[in-house]
Structure formats: structure tokens, C-alpha cells
Design a protein around this ligand. Structure first.
Ligand SMILES: Nc1ncnc2c1ncn2[C@@H]1O[C@H](COP(=O)(O)OP(=O)(O)OP(=O)(O)O)[C@@H](O)[C@H]1O
Length: 242
């Protein structure tokens, strides 16, 4: 089954073409990675697919819904963690996640909060104001809100940002298990090594244009995904290494 399908998606801002004629398919159960240099259209793609931004032309289907005609249906069905978002500074993780659970009209929100705080290792911070959390703790709270309703498709812009190496491994394991259970993940990342390790398919964008899609495992033994990425976009290594 197809989780996401796009046909000729294009987004222009005056003279700037943020995304040009993007056509791609993401099957259910895939851990899909969107790669590309700064300003290549990754966030634009996620914003269109999650019903936040209208394309100039083209169409998309997300879990069977059109994100332009039915943005609410899409946002109900998916989980999303946009780039650089924090829980409100004046709420604790428990209060914020309760709010998210209430907005999503979930049963047993308290139990879900405990489960996700435990999975993402922040149970001991559930009652600390977000302003007093570290960046990595805030990132884990934001990951929890994306998964709280256990959606079958989650979009995450930079899942591992601000996490220490041990937590990165924990979150990677979680993402892998989530897809092994048949769910779909759509990641945008600059961490090419993480995409190589986790993703079943990657798409490489440059200046809004889809240059290539690859199963990273197909590259095994010939070149790393980073080498492939650099040769594909002609980028300087400094732009893509951590
Ligand atoms: N509201 C806007 N108005 C004008 N131009 C915009 C707007 N939003 C994005 N752009 C432009 O569209 C292009 C794609 O931006 P986008 O944020 O999708 O890139 P990105 O791949 O997510 O970048 P990064 O890796 O830096 O987060 C960039 O040239 C950006 O400057």
C-alpha cells in the first residue's frame, strides 16, 4: 500500500522556486529520508504534505487524503515534528502532552504520557517546566507528541538534533521498531550517516529539484551514502557532515 504519493508538486515564492515538479511514492512501512543541502526544499515538501502549505501546482495524497482539500483529515491521521519546535516554556511535559492528547481527543492520555516518557527516557522530567529542560529533553518531549496518538505515518524534520550519542541510539532503535511494526516514517535530515543506517529509501533534493531516489543498501560496498550524496549534489563535505 502507498502511504504518500506526489505528482508534479511545485511551490514558488515570487521568483524563487522552492520545489519543482516533485513526483515520488512512499510505501507503507518505509523509513523514508529526504536529503538535500540547505534551502533545497525539504521543509517545503513536509509543509505541503502535512497540510500546512498549499503547492503552486501539482497534487499529493497522504494516507489517502489530499493535503490541500482535506488538511484537517491529514493532520488528524499523521504525527508531525517540525524543525526547531519546542514545548511551551510555561508548561511541563505532562501538561503539554495532556493538551496534545486532549486536542487529539485521545483516550487514556495519562497512560500514554507515561508510556512515551518512559520510551523516550524523560519520565523524571515530566513535571519540570519546559523552560528548565535541556534542548535534548525538549526534543524528546516533541518526539513524544508526534507519536502520542500512535499514528501510522509520522513526519520528522531532524529527529536526532540536540540528542547525545546514547539517546540518539535509543531514538534510532525506536524509529526502526516503529517501521518494523508496519508504520511509515518520513524524515528530513542533514545526518547522511543516520539516513544510511536507518532509511529504506532516500530522495536527494537540490534547489527544489529531485535529483535521485535510492535504497541506501543498494550502494553497499561501492560508495557510502555520503559520497553518493556529495557526488550527486556537488556539495562540499562540510555542508553535510556533523
Ligand atoms: N516563505 C518563504 N518566502 C520566500 N522564500 C521561501 C519561503 N520559504 C522558503 N523559501 C525558500 O524556498 C527554498 C526552500 O526552502 P526550504 O525551507 O524548503 O529548504 P530546506 O531544504 O528545508 O532547507 P534547510 O536544510 O536549510 O532547512 C529556499 O530557497 C528558501 O529560501
Amino acid at each position: 500500500m502507498t502511504a504518500i504519493e506526489t505528482e508534479g508538486l511545485t511551490r514558488r515564492y515570487g521568483e524563487v522556486t522552492a520545489l519543482e515538479d516533485l513526483s515520488l511514492t512512499v510505501d507503507e512501512g518505509e523509513l523514508f529520508g529526504l536529503l538535500g543541502p540547505n534551502g533545497s526544499g525539504k521543509t517545503t515538501t513536509i509543509e505541503i504534505l502535512t497540510g500546512q502549505l498549499t503547492p503552486t501546482s501539482g497534487s499529493a495524497t497522504v494516507l489517502g487524503h489530499d493535503p490541500v482539500a482535506e488538511p484537517l483529515a491529514v493532520r488528524e491521521a499523521i504525527g508531525i515534528l517540525p524543525e526547531r519546535e519546542d514545548p511551551p516554556s510555561f508548561l511541563t511535559p505532562r501538561e503539554y502532552l495532556q493538551f496534545v492528547g486532549d486536542v487529539r481527543d485521545l483516550a487514556d492520555v495519562a497512560g500514554r504520557i507515561e508510556t512515551w516518557a518512559d520510551r523516550l527516557s524523560f519520565s523524571h522530567k515530566l513535571d519540570t517546566l519546559a523552560t528548565d529542560l535541556s534542548e535534548g529533553e525538549r526534543q524528546r518531549v516533541m518526539l513524544a507528541q508526534a507519536f502520542l496518538h500512535e499514528p501510522s505515518l509520522v513526519f520528522i524534520d531532524e529527529p536526532l538534533v540536540n540528542l547525545d550519542p546514547i539517546l540518539q541510539e535509543e531514538v534510532k532503535d525506536h524509529l526502526q521498531e516503529y517501521c518494523d511494526a508496519g508504520n511509515t516514517l518520513f524524515l528530513s535530515t542533514h545526518f547522511v550517516d543516520v539516513a544510511e543506517e536507518l532509511c529504506t529509501d532516500v530522495a536527494i533534493l537540490r534547489e527544489g529539484e529531485l535529483l535521485a531516489t535510492r535504497d541506501p543498501r543498494e550502494l553497499a560496498g561501492e560508495e557510502t551514502l555520503l559520497e553518493y550524496f556529495i557526488s550527486t549534489v556537488g556539495a562540499d563535505p562540510a555542508e553535510v557532515t556533523r
